[in-house]
Design a protein around this ligand. Structure first.
Ligand code: PXP
Length: 242
C-alpha cells in the first residue's frame, strides 16, 4: 500500500498571527504543498484560535483538490465551526489551552459517552472521522466501537526518544495498534513529531496509510522552501515504502 503524506500548515498561520496581518498565507502554503506532492492538507482549529482561523477552513475547502483534514476538540463550539465547512476528514484530538502542541492521544475509553454523539453527527454530515489515540490496543478497540472511520496513532512518545535510544518497544506498540486497527476495519494514520530523521521505522509498518506531519516540515521550509522540504520528506518516506 502506498504511504500518503498529509501536510499540516498550522505553523504558517502561527507566523501570520505573530503580526496579526495577512502574511504568510496558509492557504498559499497549502496550495504549494499540494503542488509539491502532498496527498492531503491538515489544519488544527484550536479553541484559542492561536493559528488557524475559521476563514482559513472555508478558503482551504474551496481551493484544495486534495482532502482537507481538520483537527479539533470534540466540543460544541468546534463542531459549530467545522460542520458547515464539510472537510473530508475531522480528526478529534484532546486539547488544553496551556499546551504548546497536542499532548497525548484522546482517552476514547473515558470519553466514550461524549464522543459517541459527536462521531455520529460528523459521520451523518458526510464527514469521515478519525480519532487521535495513543498506540494502546483498548483505545483502538474503542475507536472501532465508536464507529470512527480511522485512527491516527500518536507517534509523540516514539518521536521524543533520543536518536540513539532503542525504539523497539515504541515501534512495537505502534505496529500492534496499527495491526489491530486494520483488523477491526479502521483506516490507520499516524503522526506527531515525525521528521525525515525518525520517520523510517514508522513507514515500515505496513498498515499505516498516511502520515500527518507539520512542525519539522514547516521548520525546514523556512530554510529551504516548502517544495524542497516536502520532497525531502517524501524521499525519506519512500526509502522505507513506496
Ligand atoms: N497529528 C495530530 C493529531 C496533531 O495534533 C499534530 C500537531 O498539530 C500532528 C499530527 C503533527 O505533528 P507535528 O507538527 O509534530 O508534525
Amino acid at each position: 500500500m502506498n504511504l500518503r503524506l498529509g501536510v499540516n500548515v498550522d505553523h504558517v498561520a502561527t507566523l501570520r498571527q505573530a503580526r496579526g496581518g495577512h502574511e504568510p498565507e496558509p492557504v498559499t502554503a497549502a496550495l504549494l504543498a499540494q503542488g509539491a506532492g502532498a496527498h492531503g492538507i491538515t489544519v488544527h482549529l484550536r479553541g484559542d484560535r492561536r493559528h488557524i482561523q475559521e476563514r482559513d477552513l472555508r478558503l482551504l475547502k474551496e481551493v484544495l483538490a486534495v482532502p482537507l483534514n481538520v483537527e479539533c476538540a470534540a466540543t460544541p463550539e468546534a463542531l459549530e465551526a467545522v460542520l458547515p465547512v464539510k472537510p473530508t476528514w475531522v480528526t478529534l484530538v484532546p486539547e488544553s489551552r496551556e499546551e504548546l502542541t497536542t499532548q497525548g492521544g484522546l482517552d476514547a475509553i473515558f470519553l466514550q459517552g461524549m464522543l459517541k454523539p459527536v462521531v455520529r453527527e460528523l459521520r451523518s454530515a458526510g464527514i469521515r472521522v478519525s480519532l487521535f489515540v495513543d498506540p494502546v490496543l483498548d483505545q483502538v478497540k474503542m475507536a472501532a466501537k465508536l464507529e470512527a472511520d480511522a485512527v491516527e496513532l500518536n507517534t509523540g512518545t516514539y518521536s521524543e526518544l533520543p536518536m540513539d535510544a532503542d525504539a523497539t518497544l515504541e515501534i512495537g506498540r505502534l505496529r500492534d495498534a496499527a495491526r489491530l486497527a486494520s483488523r477491526l476495519g479502521l483506516r490507520v494514520l499516524a503522526g506527531h513529531g515525525l521528521s525525515p530523521q525518525n520517520v523510517g521505522p514508522v513507514c515500515a509498518i505496513p498498515e499505516i496509510e498516511e502520515l500527518n506531519i507539520g512542525h519539522s516540515l514547516i521548520g525546514r521550509a523556512v530554510l529551504v522552501g516548502l517544495e524542497r522540504a516536502i520532497q525531502e520528506m517524501v524521499q525519506a518516506m519512500g526509502e522505507f515504502r513506496a
